[in-house]
Design a binder for this molecule. Structure first.
Ligand code: PMP
Length: 420
């Protein structure tokens, strides 16, 4: 038995959470599927994770017993639905160590970051001001800032990475100056798994009074996230990257912003007073949630947070690390394979096979039932920095196993032979 598969806590230790990848795995109906007649090996978790039974059931139960108009109706069902929605906000707040009044429901990270780039961009940016992003950014934390800069006559600056795929913190420090109004960084790179030192970036930005926006898409599925410890102004997450539904996420807004920021959208549910002469907006997170919310998405997000709290996450991280190490070591033995990214990081491994296009490699893997990502991964500036048009990526969740890593490595060897 692989040591990483042992439950992490002694049976019977009172109140202790256990971690057993097979027990986790058994909770995910999708993982029992076959693809092309082979057992599904799902290694595209950075794109979207699978959903456990508890999340699936939470949505079905909501639809069956508590579905109603959130924050609208005076009737009992409206109240039940509102209670469900607001308790999901409390769950999301606890995940990020924030208070619920600073948690705004969104469609996900892209939606949250566009909201901030629109509202904060309009609030803070003027002619000649600067926004700093990094070469690691997903397009979702790059393009909204580029467009905000274009709108406001501001300048977008891109902090470089080192050759090993870490953020070059000294270069970022040198780039931040009296004109910097916003620093927007990813917490974890979706391509290289690089973990960015957000607290240090916050202290650099604070030195010039700049706001810090964090793309947390790849973080809470793997790492503990504490927005108060990080000290950032905004932190965006998507439920579907952490075992919840797609089209749902939250944006943490620090106390200094939630009531000050102009909403990015107007409509029902965010109004205090509406007339042609004068319109005013309510305070609190609902100010930024115009329209009928995605209640089922919020409910599923709340259930995903509960799922994340149901096992020993430190042990899950150790298991994910052992799988990552096994992939990196295995690829190191395959002629012409090359791994990109730092030695330490989140369990996301991007690699190339010399002479084989990333899509061809992923197609060979798919025929073996192995699902990986191939392409620019919505990070064209990073691909340009790495000098490649595309990469192949294996991204890990706690339900993955060493047998699945072997299936991945077999597939890569096979692709090497096919295209030799
Ligand atoms: N940022 C990063 C780092 C991501 O990995 C992703 C999803 N690939 C996003 C942003 C966008 O997230 P979503 O599609 O859920 O809005």
């Amino acid at each position: 038995m692989n040591p990483a598969r042992k439950p992490s806590t002694a049976p019977g230790s009172p109140g202790a959470l256990a971690f057993d990848p097979e027990a986790i795995r058994a909770q995910f109906p999708m993982l029992g599927a076959t693809m092309h007649g082979k057992p599904l090996v799902y290694l595209d978790n950075a794109a979207t994770t699978q959903r456990p039974r508890a999340v699936i059931d939470s949505v079905v139960e909501h639809w069956s017993t508590t579905n109603g108009p959130v924050s609208r109706g005076v009737h009992a069902l409206g109240s039940l639905a509102t209670e469900k929605y607001e308790s999901a906000r409390t769950a999301a707040a606890s995940l990020l160590n924030a208070e619920p009044e600073f948690i705004v429901f969104t469609k996900g990270v892209t939606d949250g970051l566009n909201l901030v780039a629109r509202s904060l961009g309009d609030e803070l940016l003027g002619e000649g001001d600067e926004v700093v992003v990094t070469e690691l950014e997903h397009h979702s934390n790059f393009l909204p800032w580029r467009q905000a800069c274009l709108r406001r006559g501001a300048v977008l600056r891109v902090a470089p990475i080192t050759d090993s795929g870490e953020l070059d913190l000294d270069a970022l420090r040198a780039m931040v100056n009296g004109r910097t109004r916003i620093v927007a960084v990813t917490h974890v790179s979706n391509v290289l798994g690089t973990v960015v030192p957000v607290s240090e970036i916050v202290s650099i930005a604070r030195g010039v009074g700049a706001a810090v926006v964090v793309d947390g898409a790849q973080a809470p599925g793997h790492l503990p996230v504490d927005v108060q410890r990080l000290g950032c102004d905004f932190y965006a997450i998507s439920a579907h990257k952490m075992f919840g539904p797609a089209g749902a996420g939250v944006l943490y807004m620090s106390p200094r912003w939630v009531d000050r920021l102009e909403p990015a959208q107007y409509g029902g549910g965010m109004v205090e007073l509406a007339s042609a002469e004068e319109s005013t907006w309510i305070t609190g997170p609902h100010r930024h949630e115009a329209g009928t919310p995605n209640t089922e998405g919020a409910v599923g997000l709340g259930a995903a947070v509960a799922f994340l709290g149901s096992f020993d996450r430190a042990a899950a991280r150790a298991h994910e690390r052992s799988l990552r190490d096994a992939i990196v070591a295995g690829l190191g033995q395959i002629p012409k394979a090359r791994v990109y990214g730092p030695a330490e990081g989140a369990p996301i491994v991007s690699f190339g096979l010399e002479g084989v296009h990333a899509h061809d490699l992923a197609t060979v893997l798919d025929a073996e039932g192995v699902a990986v990502r191939a392409g620019h991964m919505c990070a064209q500036p990073l691909m340009r920095r790495l000098g490649v048009p595309a990469l192949t990526r294996a991204s890990i969740a706690p339900y993955n196993t060493h047998a699945e890593v072997e299936a991945l490595l077999d597939g890569v060897r096979r692709a090497g032979q096919i295209f030799a």
